[in-house]
Design a protein around this ligand. Sequence first.
Ligand SMILES: NCc1[nH]cc(CCC(=O)O)c1CC(=O)O
Ligand SMILES: [Mg+2]
Length: 353
Amino acid sequence: MAIKYGRPIELREVSRGTGTAVPHALDLTVRPRRNRKAEWARRMVRENVLTTDDLIWPLFLIDGNNKREQIASMPGVDRLSVDQAVREAERAMKLTIPCLALFPYTDPSLRDEEGSEATNPDNLVCQAVRAIKKEFPEIGILCDVALDPFTSHGHDGLISDGKILNDETVAVLVRQALVQAEAGCDIIAPSDMMDGRVAAIREGLDRAGLLDVQIMAYAAKYASAFYGPFRDAIGSAKTLTGDKRTYQMDSANTDEALREVELDIAEGADMVMVKPGMPYLDVVRRVKDTFAMPTFAYQVSGEYAMIAAASGNGWLDGERAMMESLLAFKRAGADGVLSYFAPKVAEKLRAQA
Ligand SMILES: NCc1[nH]cc(CCC(=O)O)c1CC(=O)O
Ligand SMILES: [Mg+2]
């Protein structure tokens, strides 16, 4: 007897010989629709749920006071001055969103070839970390580690003769991670895709006595067209020369993602991430099944923009598409999702509760 999904499928071939009392009814023993017949029944058999605990909310920062600047390619998302970011942290607390992720728009006058503003202990990100932690010590803060918000060329690393220098970049990333951790950041999230940076950052943190600072590695990060609106948001789209394909992954590969994740775990990552999200759900599933690590997905700016734009044009029910897109990450095995929809989702979940 063939067993498929643990169920003896030939049983239903056996004639019941009893028929049905209803005229024209098919003689079906199994009718999957029974379990979908009412809201209570659907709730009862539901396999995956999305909660506010699954959300990490990325915020964009800008210098100034009481300032909110719209980002054209991300309708509904603003760049925020530090005081406004603190207000959003308060909103996150009320909505029980566990963690914020911070990304700076660096003033062009502060960008240079080496991205030196990245290691300034008083840069915008560090200011925001301190300000948020002062008022809301209970909320988690994740800081991205990479040089692209700070370099004049928009790349994540140092460049020489048009080449991204791996090991020299890693040394700078360690210093960037240290200033962020010293400002009070809880999770260091290297998004640069240099080889060996997780081990180097772990060692740097440990030597500084920052033993409890976690590392969430952007372990399988692909060279993607879906980062476009993010690069508008942090102001690197116009200055970026070339592309990032010598360090970010080729979208054709999944075995390579497993090797990248394995290395980052061996180097000391506490959590791993797959990015982008929706076009890479197969990778999320493979990573979760292979390593059983806390696994996150980043629903990136382009994914947000697609849903927001279609919704703005009346082509999609934006709220339903948002909820469905986030539940898909849970189904694929993700433990959580970085999403620009985080506050909207949390509000929706609260309204449903
Ligand atoms: N290294 C920086 C970084 N960190 C997060 C994103 C993208 C996030 C998004 O698109 O929402 C990027 C962009 C990039 O690698 O070019
Ligand atoms: Mg790697």
